[in-house]
Design a binder for this molecule. Sequence first.
Ligand code: ZN
Length: 271
Amino acid sequence: MPELPEVEVTRRSFADAIAGATVCAVRLGKPLRWPLGVTAEALVGRVVQGVRRRGKYLLLDFDDGLLLLHLGMSGSLGFRPEPPSPGPHDHFDMHTTRGTLRLNDPRRFGAVVYASSEGDPVARKLLGHLGMEPLDAAFDALRLHRGLTQRSAPIKQVLLAGDVVVGVGNIYASEALFLAGIRPTVRANCISRVRVQALHAAICDVLSRAVQKGGSTLRDFSNANGEAGYFQLEAMVYGRQGEPCRRCGTPIKLLRQGQRATYYCPQCQKR
Ligand code: ZN
C-alpha cells in the first residue's frame, strides 16, 4: 500500500511539471472508490496551480476548485508527455497542455474527487479528521505527547489510526517504534515524555529518509516518472520475523495487531 513517503515522492515527481498546465480532456475508466463528483467535461479549461499533500491525499489545485487524489491500496500516478493507450487498470486520464496525468489502480481503492474548495463538505469529510503532518515543522514532540495522552490503545494502532499523526503506516510504524525502543503493544498514554521525544525523532527520521530515497513499500510502486523506490531494503524489523536483530542479534518477533502484522525486537523494544 502506498504510504506517506510514496505519496510525497509522487507529488515531487510531477508537481513542478504540471503547474501552469491547462486541462484539455479527461477520460474516466472503471469506477474508483468514490465518484469524481462532477462531469469529466467540467474540468476542461481549468489551469493547474500546483500540487500539495495532506496525509496520503494529493491536492491538485486549479484556478477554480481542486482535485483530491488518493492512491488507495495499489494506485500509482504517472505524468508523461505522451502516455501509451490506456490499459485495463488505467481509470483516470487528465490530458493537459503539459502532459497526461494517469492513475493506474488495479484494485480500484484509489480515488479522484473534485471539491470546489477545501471548505467544501466533500473535502472536509476526507481531510477533516486527519492528524498532524509528520514532515511539517509544526510537528513537535510536545504536540505528539499531548495527542498520545488522549489514547489508551496500543501505540502501534494509535499511529496507524492517523488521527494523532498522519501517514505513519504499517511499515514505518514498526520501524519508528524499533528506533525509539518502544514495544508496539504499549498503551499510547503510558509512554513517558522522554520516550515520546525519541518516538517523535524516529518518526521524522524514518519518513524523511524514506522520502529522500524515493520511498517504496509496495513492490510495484513507481513514482510519476516510473522509477521504483527501494526503502524496503533497509528495514530494521519489518518483514524480518525470525531473523537476527541488526542491533542485538535477538530473533525478530511477529505479532498481529488489529489484523496488521507488527514486527519488533523483544530485547531492544521495552514495554
Ligand atoms: Zn534487538
